[in-house]
Design a protein around this ligand. Sequence first.
Ligand code: NAD
Length: 374
Amino acid sequence: MTEHGHEQVVLVADAASGLRAVIAIHSTALGPALGGIRFWRYACDEDALRDALALSEAMTWKAALAGLDQGGGKAVVLVADPDAPHPADLLAALGRAVDELGGRYLAAEDVGATTADMDAIAAVTPWVTGVHEAAGGSGDPSPVTAWGVLHSMRAALRALDGPEAMLAGRRVAIQGAGKVGGHLADLLVDAGARVVVADSHGGRAARVAARVGGDHVGVDAILEQDCDLLAPCALGGVLDADTVPRLACRAVCGAANNQLAGRGVDELLARRGILHVPDFVAGAGGIINLAEEFHGYSRPRALARAAGIEQTTAAVLERSRVEGATPERVARALARERVAREGAGRRWRPGDPAGWTNGSPLRSLRPAGTVIGR
Ligand code: NAD
């Protein structure tokens, strides 16, 4: 926590429901910490803690670069099977833990979670985003995340091939054919690109490939696909000293959080001449979508704002070119600059304005105890 500047970490246990979770708040300097809840099969508590720390920090940089008045947080829940439905009593216990933070952490959907899970949590606390549209929420953020990645890819191609570069005719490899990867495949094919997908979950890649008229390969082969763009849309840590030498793409641009397995991997990519768009730049569409809920949700406005990721990507890549620093380094520096300038060492407390720059109170998303209709 000290090394990375985390403000608060809460370990949650509820014997009755069997809940074991970590809620990590990295920063509330720009506003309440927003970030998803990940349900995952962790080998041990320490792995879960490390994941929560790393993911919550990345959310701070993601929100800062997306221009949001939000901080960075994340919750991880230790489960045996992330794909199995999560019991109602476990979700209620998790909701109570979120509620106790009084709005310092705003929950949302992440890997292993569904919109219905957010609805169940909303029955216990107002501090949750991404509930169904019928309840005034923004629903599943993944279509907007995919939309943001698509725009980020456009900027990456222009950085590679000049101002006229287009997605049409390009080959894109997508690792992970889940919520984001599936929507991204649709958008890419609509833009005239060809896609190849892989997924560790039986049948998912084949289904997406059949739907969009693309190819599918095994999970071991996807990183070695000869392609223009590789889009990691599965889990983090996919780029390391073993995988980077095997890549056959010209650029990496995807939604998966924390794609770089450790320090220095961005330099390995640069040495191989592979353009890397930082995940917290390309994958900000989801958090942009969630933050729209605070202004009264509008999908067109969320999509328009997520399209702005194209300009952010272009600005990061241009500064990287000019300064000779990796895009990861440049993006982190820009995000840190904004947090230092506008956050000025503050910590958000219950009752504070939603964001320091607009001064309006944090709108309670819905009264606690609201029963969300399906
Ligand atoms: P998801 O669970 O719907 O999809 C992930 C897919 O990856 C699953 O189908 C899973 O089977 C597959 N997978 C896991 N390991 C794999 C491997 N080694 N090789 C191939 N496939 C593998 O999750 P999602 O919502 O699509 O999110 C994908 C990634 O994007 C995550 O890292 C998430 O944190 C990040 N992200 C998601 C959003 C969002 O809006 N959903 C927003 C920002 C970032």
